[in-house]
Design a protein around this ligand. Structure first.
Ligand code: SF4
Length: 681
């Protein structure tokens, strides 16, 4: 039997057809899904090999003892109640994941913000795209991505910045390759310090100095103004434009460590292209100035008019399958459900809709601050759902120490043994991909169904069910009396339209009326952002605007003791902390162990040969990796994957090195730059 569902890995959001047979699950691309039209990358194609039960958490546990659901839920409820009674709601936090389905996310957000009464629910999406959220909100007044995949074929110039899409968004990359094949006039610019696989299709590669992207785009804004004399969407005395005047190409070239003619070629191409898109992701977002980088990109699209029309726009590529769904339901500590904000009218509206008098009135702790508060003993209970912060957060030694000292750690997990679940007092077994049922939203705002095609294994339960059971034990049962995820989706969709009257950009309330059968059959549905809404509605309400930004260097700079800059990121065949993809033999064949890419000059400087085991050290820790000499690596810089956990390489965790330095607006950590030193093992 075959089931149409959605890949649980990256934000491309490919449709897949899963077929269950006697010898296991096979997976093929869904030719009818508009995100991929049948294409799959190697991770998606291997999904069937991840559906076995080896290593699964299949029963609840309390204090390392297997117990019944009744005991686990009662114990969690009693311990949470005790902490809330003694220390108040701010002593409790949830840390969720872009792996959750929208319905799970909605339930968690409603319980924490609406009924426990604190906004301490943040998510691993904070590490992924929160700078893009801030950038869009500062420019448009709303967290809205104004692009679609179909814009790619309509564009004349695609600018990929901070994105190795060939490895991290492979099906989207394949679509770009096809578009370029079909239209040889389509130009592709890749802006990345490294020569990556994505550079294979680049007509122009700008290997700029790490973190200098803001200067590059501020300089482009300056050239747009100089070239046209009449700017779109700019007002007299625009502060962004005034700041840009200080960035002529020669200044940009020096700041970015690029040849001047490379900079001016990029500027010429952007200005003369009738239609241009900028696709950006972690290389932009994961920065201590990530929000400003996003706004520098958005500014040039607003100024040049390459915006809100086909083939144009600033397009944030989300990393996770449901980072966008999380944004829609308010799964960040800094926003309310349905893209609403911590503002009086929104607070009152959400409180009325949920029928609560306990709604949190102020934003909660963002991811890095949240774990720091656990470390200080201010947060005394944390419930971690579907994510592995002991590997993925910066300063992971400190994160582990915080979890070890926390009085109550609850983990909802699919996998029995993760770096994080080792610290858990209570473990809830959650349903995995193929077993759970709900919706996800991809990078282009397209809501797709993830459908169950396997029976629940062991005692595993849906995340929303677990959350609703805890809500009952905290005394909030009537507001969480759902029997099916369809009811949660309907409530979420209804909230998006509640007292909206067209005033808010996110409104999917027409989906609130779907029957269970209609919801079950729901075809991929892209919620609309009309050019009219972007051009008239928001601008007339004073929202659409450029944001003045000033280029700055990254916090981390080389020193005598730590003379190299370490970049971290994804590799082609692994996902996040490898708890799923690390179990698939053929995915491990691509890169089987932690590696560090180093330029030939630096290899000679530090007396390293290809294949040497090396120590990489920062003031915070040490990791071990195998040296790979890479001609595409800039001198003075290293690159290492972010994936390895304790099961696969105990000393391969890059985040033991990374400082918890964050963008002041978005709270997103600077995962792309750490000052380190390297030495042979
Ligand atoms: Fe899955 Fe992303 Fe690969 Fe598509 S591109 S199959 S969503 S990992």
């Amino acid at each position: 039997m075959s089931t149409r569902t959605t890949c649980p890995y990256c934000g491309v959001g490919c449709g897949v057809v899963a077929t269950v047979a006697e010898n296991g699950v096979s997976v093929a691309g869904d030719s009818a899904h508009p995100a991929n039209y049948g294409r799959l990358c190697v991770k998606g194609a291997a999904l069937g090999e991840t559906t076995g039960l080896a290593g699964r958490l299949l029963a609840p546990q309390v204090d390392d003892q297997t117990v019944s659901w009744q005991t686990a839920l009662d114990t969690a409820g009693e311990r949470l109640n005790a902490i809330i009674s003694e220390f108040g709601p701010q002593a409790v936090a949830f840390y969720a994941s872009g792996q959750l389905l929208t319905e799970d996310y909605y339930a968690a957000n409603k319980l924490m913000k609406g009924f426990i009464g604190a906004a301490n629910i943040d998510t691993n999406s904070r590490l992924c795209m929160s700078s893009a959220v801030t950038g869009y909100k500062r420019a448009f007044g709303a967290d809205v991505v104004p692009c679609s995949y179909e814009d790619i074929e309509k564009s004349d110039l695609l600018v990929l910045v901070g994105s190795n899409a060939a490895w991290t968004h492979p099906v989207l990359y394949q679509r770009i390759v096809q578009a370029k094949h079909d239209n040889p006039a389509l130009k592709v610019v890749v802006i990345d310090p490294r020569v990556t696989a994505t550079c294979a299709i680049a007509d122009l590669h700008l290997p700029l100095a790490p973190g200098s992207d803001t200067a590059l785009f501020v300089g482009l804004l300056n050239m747009i103004a100089a070239g046209t004399g009449s700017l779109v969407d700019f007002e007299e005395g625009d502060a962004a434009l005034a700041a840009a005047h200080e960035w002529p190409p020669e200044v940009v070239a020096t700041f970015c460590a690029l040849p001047r003619d490379v900079v001016t070629t990029f500027y010429d191409w952007f200005i003369t292209a009738p239609r241009a898109m900028t696709l950006f992701t972690m290389g932009i977002n994961q920065s201590s100035s990530g929000s400003d980088k996003c706004n520098a990109i958005i500014n040039v699209h607003l100024a040049s008019g390459k915006f809100a029309r086909p083939g144009c726009g600033p397009f944030s590529l989300t990393g996770q399958p449901n980072a966008m769904g999380g944004r829609e339901v308010g799964g960040l500590a800094t926003q309310l459900a349905a893209h609403m904000n911590f503002e009086a009218a929104d607070l009152a509206r959400v409180a009325r809709f949920w029928g609560t008098e306990r709604l949190a009135q102020t934003p909660g702790l963002m991811a890095v601050d949240l774990f720091a508060a656990i470390g200080r003993g201010e947060v005394k209970a944390v419930w971690i759902m579907g994510t592995n912060p002991a590997v993925s957060l910066p300063d992971s030694h400190a994160v582990c120490a915080a979890l070890a000292a926390c009085p109550l750690v609850i983990v909802s997990e699919v996998v029995a043994d993760t770096d994080t679940s080792r610290y858990a007092h209570i473990r809830f077994p959650a349903l995995a991909w193929g077993e759970k049922n709900g919706t996800v939203t991809n990078s282009e705002r397209r809501i797709s169904r993830q459908r169950a095609f396997l029976p629940p294994p062991g005692e595993a339960k849906a995340d929303w069910w677990i959350i609703a059971q805890i809500a009952q034990r905290l005394g909030f049962g009537p507001a969480f009396a759902w029997q099916h995820p369809h009811e949660i989706f309907s409530e979420h969709a209804a909230l998006s339209g509640f007292e909206n009257n067209g005033m808010r950009a996110f409104d999917i309330s027409e989906l609130a009326r779907l029957t269970l059968e209609e919801w079950d059959r729901l075809e991929p549905h892209q919620w609309s952002v009309t050019p009219e809404a972007l051009r008239r509605g928001w601008r007339s309400s004073g929202h659409l605007r450029t944001v003045p930004v000033s280029p700055v260097r990254a916090m981390a700079q080389p020193t005598t003791l730590y003379p190299l800059l370490l970049n971290s990121g994804r590799i082609r065949d692994q996902w996040h902390t490898m708890t799923r993809t690390g179990t698939v033999a053929r995915l491990m064949q691509h890169i089987a162990e932690p590696v560090v890419e180093i330029s030939p000059a630096d290899a000679a400087r530090f007396s390293l040969c290809e294949g040497d085991l090396v120590h990489i050290s920062s003031p915070r820790g040490v990791m071990v990796a195998r040296a790979r000499i890479h001609h595409g690596q800039r001198e003075g810089e290293l690159f290492t994957p972010m994936h390895w956990n304790h099961c696969f390489a105990r000393q391969g965790k890059v985040n033991v090195l990374v400082a918890p330095v964050c963008d002041p607006h978005s709270g997103q950590p600077e995962s792309k730059q750490t000052a380190v030193r390297i030495a042979a093992w």
